[in-house]
Write a protein that binds this ligand. Structure first.
Ligand SMILES: [Fe+2]
Ligand SMILES: [Fe+2]
Length: 271
């Protein structure tokens, strides 16, 4: 009997293996028993930094690769879609994401706002809509949180977005698994750019089952676990920017959720 990719991932995870042909594979044991409706797979792309038509090439390759994976139900884009928050950049990126077969949800990065515009989010909103969003998909809740403070690299989530988060959590059952998506990193030991009040934001989830915080901005693969929460940053999916940690790999990440366990795999792309 042949193995599907999902079976392969699950077996790897069960064996505790951590790498395969240059790809990083991690599976963590859930700390709270939870039985969901079945596995959910999704892709996460960050830091495409689209500048011109040429720079969309790697984004199109990511889109084709995601479409070729029949398990993937949706894609999240973790900010820095563009370079200077200009409409032509955002439009080029959106046209590429529009080729995805399944839904795509985007949060802004510090390169997606236009600092000289009266409304710095105007171009972003025209391309991708609300910068904060929540999607309930089967047993999981997925929350996109805008962490931008204008174009700053080091940020604090402002009070009004903390209030928005509190409002989202009000009607979520305490065992229902939650994934949080942010542009700026929450990893407790990220080498740079940790959100200044990351602990306060995570504290809002203390009575809930937050299982994953996936972020961009750092341009490098970093994975760690604290208190049952998986924190991830991923290499950029860009040919106009390098990774901040000096690693050459560019690509995106595929997450596979089963009950409230989080498995994930970095998918490298040709540059
Ligand atoms: Fe970036
Ligand atoms: Fe960024």
């Amino acid at each position: 009997m042949g193995l599907t990719r999902r079976h392969f991932m699950t077996i790897l995870g069960a064996m505790g293996l951590s790498s395969c042909a240059g790809r990083t594979v991690t599976r963590l044991t859930p700390h709270i028993p939870f039985v969901g409706d079945g596995p959910i797979s999704f892709a996460a792309i960050n830091d495409t930094h689209v500048l011109d038509a040429k720079s969309v090439g790697i984004v199109n390759r990511a889109v084709a690769s995601i479409n070729a994976d029949q398990d993937i139900r949706f894609t999240v884009v973790l900010g820095d879609v563009a370079t200077g928050g200009r409409w032509p950049e955002l439009k080029l990126a959106r046209d590429s994401f529009d080729r995805l077969d399944n839904p795509c949800f985007v949060i802004p990065g510090n390169h997606d706002v236009a600092p000289s515009s009266p409304d710095i989010y105007a171009n972003y909103a025209r391309a991708f809509g609300d910068p904060n969003w929540r999607e309930d998909r089967e047993s999981w809740v997925f929350i996109g949180l805008d962490t931008c403070n204008g174009t700053a690299s080091d940020v604090t989530v402002p009070p009004e977005r903390m209030d928005w988060l509190r409002k989202q959590l009000r009607h979520i059952g305490e065992k229902r698994p939650i994934a949080l998506f942010t542009h700026h990193p929450f990893n407790p030991n990220t080498k740079a750019y940790r959100v200044a009040n990351a602990d306060d934001v995570v504290g809002l989830f203390s009575e809930y089952n937050l299982r994953l915080v996936a972020s961009g901005h750092y341009h490098g693969n970093q994975v760690e676990e604290r208190d049952g929460i998986t924190y991830v940053t991923t290499a950029c999916c860009s040919t106009t920017r390098d990774n901040f940690d000096g690693t050459p790999e560019k690509g995106y990440r595929v997450f596979r959720l089963e009950d409230d366990a989080v498995a994930h795999e970095f998918i490298p792309l040709e540059t």
